[in-house]
Design a protein around this ligand. Sequence first.
Ligand code: CO8
Length: 260
Amino acid sequence: MSYENILYEKKGRIGLVTINRPKVLNALNTATMDELRRLVLEIRHDDSVGAVIFTGSGDKAFVAGADIKEFLELNAEGGRRFSVSGQHVFRLIEKLGKPSIAAINGFALGGGCELALSCSMRIASENAKLGQPELNLGLIPGYGGTQRLARLVGRGIAMELILSGKFVDAQEAFRIGLVNKVTPPDKLMETCEEVARTFLSKGALAVRYAMEAIDEGLQLSLDEGAYIEANIFGLCFATEDMKEGVTAFLEKRPPNFKGK
Ligand code: CO8
């Protein structure tokens, strides 16, 4: 499939998705969100891809938000639909079943920060700035930010960031747990690929099961989450990878996982 606003390449088993509208700091317009939805579905069904990195074109922005130029045309129902369809795309990323890394190479604002929040983890370059400035526009975050930010960094910090609309730099984002790592700009992609390769070295089924247990459990009580964990843990015993992993350990050799 070809895309106008997104670049997509495969580096080995890593899918590299680059939002490519640098003139508007990679703002997500409707067409880009539609392409992103199609691409994420394509990646989901492509067994040759085991991990995904999302980034933005140029050296200034990851994604500076939803495309503000589209907002004035919307009425209440249009705004709601806009929000629901964007939430759907980001939920597809979250439930991809393959780890995703946001390589934050500059501004990650509004919908851009929300895109990063829907990834499994975030790595920021030293020049990154993150924030949810929607209240400055008389809006609230609409692509899951009110929900995911609070779940990731806690209620108090989410309240502070969303109600103030302030930007935080990479170090502050690291301090509050919004990003997992900070790198010099020229090391960002290398670091993301290195982390992705670590995930790829595990069995793809166990990776997917662990992600499912974490993500499903986060929506449940501890007891319900533990129940899901036990069931998925049990399921691991039906995989060839589990037998291979345990046998390899006992035979003191590296495992050769097949994703089966
Ligand atoms: N949408 C559209 N265009 C944008 C956006 C954006 N989000 N961000 C930047 N641009 C454009 C600018 O208009 C400018 O275009 P032009 O050259 O034609 O004037 C170009 O990108 C370069 O930007 P600046 O000249 O402003 O660059 P600066 O370095 O001076 O400033 C900033 C960079 C601080 C990032 C600034 O561009 C800015 O504040 N951008 C807007 C950030 C923002 O508010 N983002 C949140 C948007 S709302 C949102 O994401 C809601 C998501 C949920 C949607 C669901 C709702 C229905």
